[in-house]
Design a protein around this ligand. Sequence first.
Ligand code: 1GP
Length: 221
Amino acid sequence: MRHLFKLDPAKVLPDGAVDRLVRSGTDGFIIGGSDGLQVGAVQALFRSFATWDLPVFMEVSDEAMVMPGASEYLIPMVLNTTDVEWLLGAHHRIVKQYGDFIPWPHVLVEGYCILNPDAKAANLAKANTNLTEGDVAAYASIAENMLQLPIFYVEYSGVFGDKRMLQAARSELVNTKLWYGGGIRTVAQAREMAEIADVIIVGNVLYEDFEQALETASAIR
Ligand code: 1GP
């Protein structure tokens, strides 16, 4: 897996988009968003992609995202948060309430390292984004060696990130996959980050320049 589109249930895709996206060369879709999540919109989006052969990952940041039938559920754990709520608080509540219904074999935990201080997610999750390469490397090492997480997610949502930070994470990871997302708008940017990361995630540009977004998928095959 090399490329995923991140779909926001609060935003509208152009007409005919689903068909073109599933044929774009992407490896799958993440349904996720940080605010304005409505169960109906999440369901509708999920249904329009679930009938195809590609995996649909539900990123569970809110109860509205608990949707039966997803290929995998992604649970974010914000490693550089300053508030335990985003590390384990919400997780504890959800497992306590819904634990018996959680399909554990289909759950992947993402160790997030949020690096764009202006991103909604950074504010919401009270992330400490003032990090050096050494700091990022240490979080990646924690993900790999202490928590043995399947995914370390370098998140710059909204801006194109600093490659040195991604490289710092890369140097620590063996079994944990490196995912990168943030500000990818062009084929060149997609290729640049895909050289370092295992998987790149393309989000906002889908809603701003759909044709460019499509090209990022075929570009890294
Ligand atoms: C968001 O990392 C993704 O979690 C993608 O970021 O929306 O900036 O492409 P963009």
